[in-house]
Design a protein around this ligand. Structure first.
Ligand SMILES: [Mg+2]
Length: 264
């Protein structure tokens, strides 16, 4: 059995940037706005393996190894396939995101917490707009976001490359020094923090067997202001009071309330 990571639900660095000045709230999508139990990413991952197997005529294991190489070398498999093999990115994205959404649970606690954030709310994802909209709609949070900045809008330059964030900021007229960024991959917060954003690392409550360990560790680093394994209550308890929002004196701090796990 995998135990939960040895961390309290919310942790802040002593020099952590706060939220009082923040008027733009930026969220990664995959494994940030839903937990790994929603079984979204493993399906996308498997579809990418299938795509590679078909493209290169490889067996599953070989395709998997090549996919891992692409990911580490280029940041995303898509980037490698565009740069080195000139594939049609739209075809790839449609194929990779053709998944079953049935394990994504409605998360009303998260929806309420996001809706109460004062200011603009945007999704910044290395996936496609269609994928982000399908997933966010299933969680019940799509209407709380102004827009989705996807890998197409980024001209296929993925996070964590600086150009991806710069294109996002320019496209949406966002001031990074008045922004907060929520993200489940620590290295994707290096540039946002450097640009002046308040950064929040989302870690899983239980170890996700489908992702590499470096992608889900509670990294304590200068570019991480806050760490949480419970986004809904973090937004409600940490962000709300900082802005003077009345969340009710007896608002429960239930660590389970925002979990979109189906429990099955
Ligand atoms: Mg993610």
């Amino acid at each position: 059995m995998n135990g939960p990571p040895p961390i309290r639900p919310h942790v802040s660095a002593t020099s952590a940037r706060g939220f009082a000045h923040v008027d733009t709230w930026i969220f990664d999508l995959d494994n940030t706005l839903y937990p790994h139990e929603a079984r979204v990413w493993p399906q996308v991952d498997e579809r990418i393996t299938l795509y590679i197997a078909d493209l290169f005529g490889l067996d599953g294991l070989s395709a998997r190894a090549l996919q891992k190489y692409f990911y580490h070398r280029y940041g995303t498999t898509l980037r490698a396939l565009i740069e080195e093999y000139g594939i049609d990115p739209y075809d790839f994205l449609d194929f990779a995101h053709d998944i079953d959404h049935s394990d994504i649970a409605l998360n009303t606690a998260l929806g309420e917490a996001i809706e109460r954030l004062p200011g603009r709310r945007l999704i910044l994802t290395n996936g496609s707009r269609k994928h982000a909209e399908n997933v966010a709609r299933k969680i019940g949070i799509l209407d709380h976001f102004e827009d989705v900045f996807d890998i197409v809008a980024s001209d296929f330059v993925p996070k964590p490359e600086r150009r991806a964030y710069e294109r996002f900021l320019e496209r949406h007229g966002v001031d990074p020094e008045r922004s907060a960024m929520f993200e489940d991959i620590a290295k994707n917060l290096v540039v946002p923090h450097d640009l002046g954003m308040t950064t929040i690392l989302i870690i899983p409550k239980t170890i996700d067997p489908f992702r590499e360990s470096f992608e889900q560790e509670a990294v304590e680093a200068p570019h991480i202001d806050h760490i949480t394994n419970e986004l809904s209550s973090f937004l409600r308890d940490r962000v709300g009071p900082a802005k003077g929002i009345d969340i009710g004196a007896d608002a429960p701090s239930d660590p389970e309330s925002g979990q979109a796990d189906t429990g099955s």
